[in-house]
Design a protein around this ligand. Structure first.
Ligand code: AMP
Length: 398
C-alpha cells in the first residue's frame, strides 16, 4: 500500500478528498475552521514533495444542483491564508473540461479546489462514471475525510478503482485509524470501555462488539435504568427503553460468559424533575422513588468507576454518565474525565469518541490530558461496531 510518506508527488496532481464541510454564518464567514486546519498537514506534505493538491469536498446539503450558499468559493481565501498565502484557485465545477484544464495548468505548489461535489447527486449515489470524471483531474488519490469514510460515495470510495497503484490515506484518516486500531486490535490490558449516554438502542451494536475485546465495561448514564429495570429494580421516572429489557439481560449474560467485568452504578443522584435546580437525593440505583429520576452517578458509583479506570491500560469513552449539561448532574462525567486523565498520565492509552463525550472532555478542560479525541461521528461509531468502512477498504484493497 502506498503512503503519503513514500509516494513520489513530484510533478503530480494529487486529488485529496477532505472534509471542508465547515459551518458558515449568514455572511458566509467560517465560524469554525477545525476541519480545514485538520487537513493542512496532508495538503502541505503534497506541496513540500513537489506536487499540486486538488481539493475535493462537500459543503452543506445542496438538494438540486449548484446553490451559491453551498459554494466552496466561500472558503478559498481562508485556505490560502491557512497555507501562508499559497495560491488557491477554485474550478467552477468539480468535473468537465474547465476543471480538467485548470487542473492540468496547475503549477507545482499551487492549490486547486473543485466545486462542491454534492452539486451532483451522483456523488452520494457512488456513481462510477462520475467517479471516473473526478479521477480524470488528477494522477493520484488521497482519502483524508474520516467523517465520510463510512459512505461509499464517488469521491470517498468508488474513485479508488481509477488509482489502483496511486491511492493512500492522508494524515487525518491515518491518525484516526492508528488510534482506533490501537484500541480495537492491540489494546494494552486491562482494557476498559465506558459507554454512557441516553439510550441503549443507539449503543447496542458497539456494546456487543466491545464484549469481545474489553476486560471491563462500564455502563453509565440513562442506559443504566434499562439494565436496572430488566433485573427487577425500581427506577421511578428514570429514562428507560422497555423494548430493550431483553437485550439488557442478554448483555449481562454475554458479559458473564466472556469474562467481562460489567460495572454499573450502585447509587445515583436522583432529581424530582429534569432541571438544573431540581431537588436531589442520593439513592440506590435500584430503589429510585416514584416521581424521581436518576440523572447522574452517585458518590459510591463514582469511586468504583474511578478505580476501574485508573487501573486500566487502554480506555475508550463514548457517552456521558449523567446529564452533564446541567452543573448539578455533571459530577459523574467530570470524575470519569479526571480518572481518564490520571490513567493517561500513568501511561494508559485513552481514546474519546462520539459527540457528547468530546463535549464533556472540552467542558472539563481535559482535552490535553487524553491520548486521542476522535471528532468523526457516524464513521467512528460504525468502526467501533466492527463494520468495514468503504472509504478505508477502498484504500486498503489491492
Ligand atoms: P448519547 O447521544 O446517546 O451519547 O446521549 C448523550 C445524552 O445523554 C446527553 O445529552 C446526556 O444529558 C444524556 N444523559 C446522560 N445520562 C442521562 C440520564 N441519566 N438521564 C437522561 N439523560 C441522560
Amino acid at each position: 500500500m502506498q503512503t503519503i510518506e513514500t509516494y513520489d508527488f513530484s510533478g503530480k496532481k494529487a486529488l485529496i478528498r477532505v472534509d471542508f464541510n465547515v459551518p458558515l454564518n449568514e455572511n458566509f464567514e467560517i465560524t469554525d475552521d477545525t476541519r480545514m486546519r485538520a487537513a493542512l498537514p496532508t495538503i502541505k506534505k503534497v506541496i513540500e514533495k513537489g506536487g499540486s493538491p486538488i481539493i475535493m469536498s462537500h459543503l452543506g446539503r445542496p438538494k438540486n444542483g449548484p446553490e451559491d450558499k453551498f459554494s466552496l468559493r466561500h472558503i478559498v481565501q481562508h485556505l490560502s491564508d491557512l497555507l501562508d498565502g499559497t495560491t488557491v484557485n477554485i474550478a467552477p465545477d468539480c468535473i468537465g473540461d474547465e476543471a480538467k484544464v485548470m487542473a492540468s495548468e496547475l503549477k507545482a505548489g499551487e492549490v486547486l479546489i473543485l466545486e462542491n461535489l454534492r452539486f451532483y447527486k451522483e456523488e452520494t449515489k457512488g456513481d462510477e462514471d462520475f467517479a471516473k470524471k473526478l479521477a480524470e483531474n488528477g494522477d493520484c488519490w488521497i482519502n483524508d475525510a474520516f467523517g465520510t469514510a463510512h459512505r461509499a460515495h464517488a469521491s470517498t470510495a468508488i474513485i479508488a478503482k481509477f488509482f489502483p497503484n496511486d491511492k493512500m490515506f492522508g494524515y487525518v484518516i491515518g491518525s484516526e485509524l492508528e488510534s482506533l486500531d490501537k484500541v480495537l486490535k492491540a489494546p494494552a490490558k486491562p482494557f476498559t470501555a465506558i459507554m454512557g449516554g441516553a439510550k441503549v438502542s443507539s449503543k447496542i451494536t458497539i456494546i456487543e462488539n466491545m464484549l469481545d475485546k474489553v476486560d471491563n465495561l462500564i455502563i453509565g448514564g440513562g442506559m443504566t435504568f434499562t439494565f436496572v429495570k430488566a433485573q427487577g429494580g425500581k427506577i421511578g421516572n428514570s429514562i428507560c427503553e422497555d423494548e430493550y429489557l431483553e437485550t439488557a439481560l442478554n448483555i449481562i449474560k454475554l458479559a458473564k460468559e466472556k469474562g467481562v467485568q460489567l460495572v454499573m452504578a450502585t447509587d445515583v443522584l436522583a432529581a424530582d424533575n429534569f432541571s438544573n435546580d431540581a431537588n436531589t437525593q442520593i439513592v440506590p440505583a435500584n430503589e429510585i422513588p416514584d416521581g424521581w429520576e436518576g440523572l447522574d452517578a452517585g458518590p459510591e458509583s463514582i469511586e468504583i468507576f474511578k478505580k476501574v479506570i485508573e487501573e486500566s491500560g487502554t480506555i475508550l469513552w463514548n457517552g456521558p454518565v449523567g446529564v452533564f449539561e446541567f452543573e448539578t448532574f455533571e459530577k459523574g462525567s467530570r470524575a470519569i474525565a479526571d480518572a481518564i486523565g490520571t490513567a493517561t498520565a500513568k501511561g494508559a492509552f485513552s481514546l474519546i469518541g462520539g459527540g457528547d463525550s468530546v463535549a464533556c472532555i472540552n467542558k472539563f478542560n481535559k482535552a490535553e490530558e487524553v491520548s486521542y479525541i476522535s471528532t468523526a461521528g457516524g464513521a467512528l461509531l460504525e468502526y467501533l461496531e466492527g463494520k468495514e468502512l468503504p472509504g478505508v477498504a477502498a484504500v486498503r484493497e489491492q
